[in-house]
Design a protein around this ligand. Structure first.
Ligand code: GTP
Ligand code: MG
Length: 676
C-alpha cells in the first residue's frame, strides 16, 4: 500500500480553510465569519484517483511566531509532521497580509500550493489578481477557489496530488551578509539535529528576529554556539542597517511582497464607501455598540422563547403527549415496574427534554447567523471596551458569546488568548455563561410561571431568559475581575481582532450548523441524560416496599438529607435537591429528573411544578441552575485545558459557593420585597 498522502490547509485566520476542508472531505466542521473559529487540528479524507488523500484543517495563524495555543497547534504541525503538500489558503481580498505567511512557508521548504480563495469577494471589491503571474513569481502552483460555491476545489486536489514530486528551494534575499549568516546558522541547526533540515533556514530567520516561540522550540539557551552567532548577527544588522533585526527582516519580506503585488494585483478603488463600513459606523460606534449588542442578545432570547419554544415547541409537546398516552395505554397490562420505567423514565424523563428541540433549533439558527454574518467579531470588539474597564482581555468576550451555545466550546475558544493569565481567567469564568443546556430548565419554569404573561410587547418568559443571560455575564465579569486582582496578577495584554467584512450567510451553512448542534442535543438526551435517568429511576423504585418515587425511596432519602442546605434559597424539597445533583452531570438532566420524579399521566409537568414552587423560588432555582457548577463535560474540558485537576475542582467549588449565595440572596431579598 502507498504511504498516505497528506495535504494540510494552512493560512491566516478566517480565510476559508475550514470551508474548503468541508467541501473537500464532506465534513461539517464549524465555520464562522470571525478569526479563531478553528482551534483544533481536524482530519478528513478525499478520494482522488483511487487514492485516499488525508486532508488536515488547522487553526489560522498570521506567521510562524506563534503566540497563542491555537497558533502553536498549526505551526507545530507544519514544522513537525511535514505534510506532503501545504495548501496555503489566501484571502484574495487581503493578499498582501496573507503573503507574509506564504513567504515563511516557502522559507521552510514546504511544498506549497496556493489556493486563492474568496476570489468572488475580491472581484466585488474590484481587486483582480493575475494568478499565472503570481505562480510564476513565487514558483508555486496557484488555484483560484470560492469555497462557499465549491468552485476550484477539484482542481485544488488534483494539483496537490500531481505536485508530489516537485520541490524547488526558495530563498528570500536579505542582502549578502545576512544571507551568509543565515546559512551558517541553518547549517548548525541541521547538523546538530536541533531542528529538521527543511525547517532550518526558517528557524534561523526567526532566531535572528528574536522570536520567542522559535527560541523555545530550538531550546536556544542550550546551544551556545548558535546563540552567540544569533547575538552577533543581530548586533551586526543593527550597526549596518540602523534597524533592529526583526524590523529589518520584516521589512525585507514586505519589500519582496510589495514587488509581487505591484506585478500581479490590480486594484480599482471602488468609488463609494462599502457596505461593511456603513454598517460598522453604527454597530461598532463608541456609544451605540454596547447597547446594540445587548439589544441583539435580547432579541435572540425573545425569538428563541416566543417563536422557538412557545410556538413551535407547543406542537412538539402535543405530539409527545399523544405518543406518551399511546405508549402508556399499550403498557396498561404490563407489570407495574416495566410500566413505571416507560412512563416515568423514558417519557417523563427523556421525553421532557426532547420537548425543547424546537428551542434549540431556533437558538442555534440565530447564533449561526450572528457568527456567519460577521457580527460576532464586532460583538467581541465592542465588548472589549467593557472587558478592559474591568481588567479582562477583549477576546474573553468571544468565549462568552460562543459559550452561550455551549460552555465547552467557549472554553476551547480561549485557546486564542495569548497569555496564560488571560487564558486561565477565560477558562474559569466561562462556566457562568448561560449555555443552551440551561435553556430547557428556564423554559420549563418559565412555562410554569411566566407563560402568557407579557411585559409591554415582550413575553415575560423571554425577559426571564435574558435576565439570566445578563446575570451570567455579570457574574463572569465580576469573577474575572476578582481573579485578575488576586490569583492571576500580571500585566495587561492587548487585544487585536481583525474585523472581517459582513457576509450574507449561506442558508446551507446555517442549516448545517443548526442541525449539528441540535442533533448532539438529541443524542445527549438519548444517551447521557437517559443513562442518568435510568440510574435515578432505579434509586427511586428501591428499596422494595417503599412507595416508588416517594420520599422514602433511596432517591428521596438522599435528596431529603441534603435538602436543608437549599431551604434558604426557597427550594429545599428532596426533588429539587436530587435534580440539582443530577444536573451536575448535564444541565438538561435537571428537566429530565423533574419529569421523572413528578411524572403523572394526569397533568403536565409545568402544572405540577407550580404546586411545588412559587414564582420567586422558581427564579431562585434558575439562578442556582445558571451558576452552581460546571457540568461534567465542562469539568473535563477545564481539567484538560488547564492540565490540572486542582483548577477543575476549584471551579466546581467556587461556583457552588457563588451559585448558592446568589440563589439565597434572590430568594431572601425577594421575600423582603414582598414578592412570591
Ligand atoms: N464569499 C466567500 N466567503 C467565503 C469563502 N470561503 C469562506 N467564506 C466565508 O468566510 C468565513 C470564514 O470561513 P472559515 O472556513 O471558517 O475560515 P477559516 O480559515 O477556517 O477560519 P479560522 O478557523 O477562524 O482560522 C465564513 O463566513 C465563510 O462562509 C469564499 O470563497 N467566498
Ligand atoms: Mg477554520
Amino acid at each position: 500500500m502507498n504511504k498516505e498522502f497528506t495535504v494540510a490547509l494552512v493560512g491566516n485566520p478566517n480565510c476559508g480553510k475550514t470551508s474548503l476542508f468541508n467541501v473537500l472531505t464532506g465534513s461539517r466542521q464549524h465555520v464562522g465569519n470571525w478569526p479563531g473559529v478553528t482551534v483544533e487540528r481536524k482530519e478528513g479524507f478525499v478520494k482522488y484517483q483511487e487514492q485516499n488523500i488525508k486532508v488536515i484543517d488547522l487553526p489560522g495563524t498570521y506567521s510562524f511566531s506563534a503566540s497563542s495555543e491555537d497558533e502553536v497547534i498549526a505551526v507545530n504541525y507544519i514544522l513537525q509532521k511535514r505534510p506532503d503538500v501545504v495548501v496555503n489558503v489566501i484571502d484574495s481580498g487581503n493578499i498582501e497580509r496573507n503573503l507574509y505567511l506564504t513567504v515563511q512557508l516557502l522559507e521552510m521548504n514546504a511544498r506549497v500550493l496556493i489556493a486563492l480563495n474568496m476570489t468572488d469577494e475580491a472581484e466585488k471589491r474590484h481587486i483582480f489578481i493575475d494568478r499565472n503571474k503570481l505562480s510564476e513569481l513565487l514558483a508555486v502552483p496557484v488555484v483560484a477557489t470560492v469555497a462557499t460555491r465549491n468552485s476550484g476545489v477539484r482542481e485544488l486536489i488534483s494539483t496537490s496530488y500531481n505536485m508530489k514530486d516537485t520541490l524547488k528551494p526558495f530563498r528570500l534575499d536579505y542582502g549578502a551578509a545576512v544571507n551568509e549568516l543565515l546559512s551558517k546558522i541553518a547549517d548548525i541547526l541541521a547538523a546538530e539535529d536541533i531542528c529538521t533540515e527543511d525547517a532550518a533556514h526558517l528557524m534561523a530567520v526567526k532566531l535572528l528576529e528574536d522570536d520567542g516561540y522559535t527560541k523555545e522550540v530550538v531550546q536556544l539557551e542550550q546551544h551556545r554556539q548558535v546563540k552567540e552567532l544569533v547575538e552577533a548577527g543581530r548586533s551586526r544588522i543593527k550597526t549596518d542597517s540602523g534597524f533592529d533585526a526583526e524590523i529589518y527582516l520584516a521589512d525585507q519580506r514586505y519589500q519582496f511582497i510589495n514587488k509581487i503585488i505591484t506585478r500581479c494585483v490590480r486594484k480599482e478603488v471602488p468609488p463609494t464607501e462599502d457596505q461593511t463600513e456603513k454598517i460598522d459606523r453604527i454597530v461598532t460606534n463608541k456609544w451605540l455598540g454596547i447597547p446594540f449588542f445587548f439589544l441583539i442578545m435580547f432579541l435572540l432570547y425573545q425569538i428563541t422563547m416566543g417563536f422557538g419554544n412557545e410556538f413551535l415547541g407547543g406542537y412538539v409537546e402535543r405530539a409527545l403527549a399523544i405518543l406518551g398516552e399511546y405508549l402508556s395505554s399499550l403498557m396498561a397490562k404490563a407489570p407495574p415496574l416495566a410500566k413505571s420505567f416507560i412512563v416515568d423514565a423514558v417519557i417523563g424523563g427523556v421525553g421532557s427534554v426532547l420537548v425543547f428541540v424546537p428551542l434549540m433549533l431556533t437558538m442555534y439558527f440565530l447564533i449561526s447567523f450572528l457568527e456567519d454574518s460577521g457580527y460576532m467579531a464586532r460583538a467581541a470588539y465592542v465588548m472589549d471596551r467593557l472587558m478592559n474597564a474591568v481588567g479582562l482581555h477583549g477576546k474573553t468576550a468571544v468565549a462568552m458569546i460562543v459559550g452561550s451555545g455551549c460552555n465547552v466550546a467557549g472554553i476551547m475558544s480561549t485557546r486564542t488568548l495569548d497569555t496564560k493569565k488571560d487564558r486561565m481567567i477565560g477558562i474559569l469564568i466561562s462556566p457562568f455563561i448561560s449555555c443552551s443546556a440551561r435553556l430547557p430548565v428556564y423554559a420549563l419554569f418559565a412555562g410554569a410561571f411566566f407563560k402568557d404573561k407579557r411585559v409591554g410587547f415582550f413575553p415575560a418568559s423571554g425577559l426571564v431568559f435574558f435576565s439570566l443571560y445578563l446575570l451570567g455575564i455579570l457574574v463572569a465579569v465580576a469573577a474575572g475581575k476578582i481573579l485578575s486582582k488576586t490569583v492571576f496578577k500580571q500585566e495587561k495584554s492587548y487585544f487585536i481582532m481583525e474585523l472581517p467584512p459582513y457576509r450574507i450567510p449561506t442558508l446551507r451553512s446555517l442549516l448545517i450548523h443548526m442541525w449539528e448542534k441540535t442533533e448532539s442535543f438529541v443524542k445527549k438526551a438519548g444517551t447521557v441524560v437517559f443513562g442518568m435517568v435510568v440510574v435515578i429511576w432505579i434509586l427511586s423504585v428501591f428499596p422494595l416496599g417503599a412507595e416508588p418515587g416517594s420520599a422514602m425511596s433511596f432517591l428521596g432519602r438522599l435528596g431529603a438529607f441534603l435538602a436543608p442546605v437549599l431551604s434558604p434559597a426557597g427550594f429545599g424539597s428532596w426533588e429539587a435537591t436530587v435534580a440539582l445533583i443530577v444536573g451536575v452531570g448535564a444541565k438538561e438532566a435537571i428537566v429530565a429528573t423533574f419529569g421523572m420524579v413528578y411524572a403523572t399521566e394526569a397533568d403536565t409537568l409545568s402544572n405540577i411544578l407550580s404546586l411545588h414552587f412559587s414564582a420567586l423560588s422558581a427564579y431562585a432555582f434558575m439562578v442556582m441552575t445558571l451558576l452552581y457548577s460546571p457540568c461534567a463535560a465542562t469539568f473535563a474540558i477545564i481539567r484538560k485545558e488547564t492540565n490540572s485537576v486542582k483548577w477543575a475542582l476549584f471551579s466546581v467549588g467556587y461556583s457552588l459557593l457563588i451559585g448558592w449565595s446568589a440563589a439565597v440572596f434572590v430568594y431572601q431579598a425577594g421575600k423582603l420585597l414582598g414578592l412570591q
